[in-house]
Ligand binder design. Structure first.
Ligand code: PDD
Length: 285
């Protein structure tokens, strides 16, 4: 089956889907994105993803390319045309096409919109979660606004590749004070030896993960103890459990940090239960 991509008002065969060479997303990474999970052919937490998109756009003074109702139709239509049951839908909005000049283009320049969708192998994802993943740590060399979901991802790409090169699946960024900020494409969590679930509070230094907010609800429902505070790498290595959250992987247990096992080196009960219960606390549209 051939894939379809939505590009600026048209549904195109994926192989022919094109953006202009002077699109500011291409020239400057001047744009933002969202990734939503698709489960059972429905979009997970669309409302919260669109709220975050609206915020990212506002922070960068990029106009909303169309109303949220119209955008919702495009997201669902792209999922439908690609016959995705379980996978992801990707949305990118850039400041549009204009002659290359760092300052904003003329008012009225239309933002560019791309939507793609693809299936992910659910069985494979479960296998990865059953084994747990390894992470490596490296210093957080990103700009001061990781709360904006910008397509400008060079540090994240380099960090992810460093993880791959070390046989790990994720990289955790460490701030100047030794605290974990977040993963290259996920939020970071630990469970302390006392059983407290810890994650960094949301501010400009991390992305306000939608899966993070869902997991906060699951934690409350399960009556777990929670602390939203920064934690260090040293603390993470001594934790009983660790895990990451992101739309594309929900809750993923972390079993090794920089080569050292976390807890007994197996996915722990807290991460496993949060993964199992995740979709009870998510919204489907
Ligand atoms: N990544 N932090 C970073 C840096 C991320 O890139 C992501 C998501 C998250 C988790 O956010 P959410 O729970 O809303 O997915 C945190 C997406 C999935 C990606 O880049 O593919």
């Amino acid at each position: 089956m051939s894939r379809i991509a939505y590009v600026n008002g048209r549904y195109r065969p994926h192989r022919d889907a094109r953006i202009h060479v002077e699109d500011r997303g291409y020239q400057f990474a001047d744009g933002v994105y969202e990734v939503c999970e698709v489960r059972g052919a429905r979009i997970v937490d669309e409302r919260r993803h669109m709220a975050r998109l609206t915020r990212s756009l506002a922070e960068l003074r990029i106009g909303l390319p169309m109303g949220l109702a119209a955008l919702s139709v495009v997201l669902h239509e792209t999922v439908r045309r690609n016959r995705v049951r379980d996978g992801i839908v990707y949305l990118q909005v850039t400041r549009g096409v204009a002659r290359r000049d760092h300052a904003f283009p003329a008012a009225g320049t239309a933002p560019s919109v791309v939507v793609t969708a693809r299936a992910l192998d659910a069985a494979k994802a479960e296998k990865v979660a059953a084994d747990g993943i390894a992470v490596v740590t490296l210093s957080d060399n990103r700009w001061a606004r990781p709360d904006i979901k910008s397509v400008s991802l060079l540090p994240n790409i380099l960090a992810k590749q460093a993880a791959r090169d070390a046989g790990a699946r994720e990289a955790w960024f460490i701030d100047a004070n030794g605290f974990v900020t977040e993963g290259a494409s996920s939020n970071a969590w630990i469970v302390t030896p006392e059983g407290e679930v810890v994650t960094r509070p949301v501010d400009n230094s991390i992305l306000n993960g939608i899966s993070r907010t869902v997991v906060l609800d699951a934690i409350a429902a399960q009556g777990l103890r929670l602390a939203e505070r920064p934690f260090t790498v040293v603390e993470a290595k001594a934790a009983r459990e660790a895990f990451v959250t992101a739309a594309s992987q929900i809750v993923q247990p972390v079993v090794r940090i920089d080569g050292a096992p976390v807890g007994d080196g197996r996915p722990g009960p807290v991460a496993t239960a949060l993964r199992r219960e995740f979709h009870r606390h998510a919204e489907f549209t």
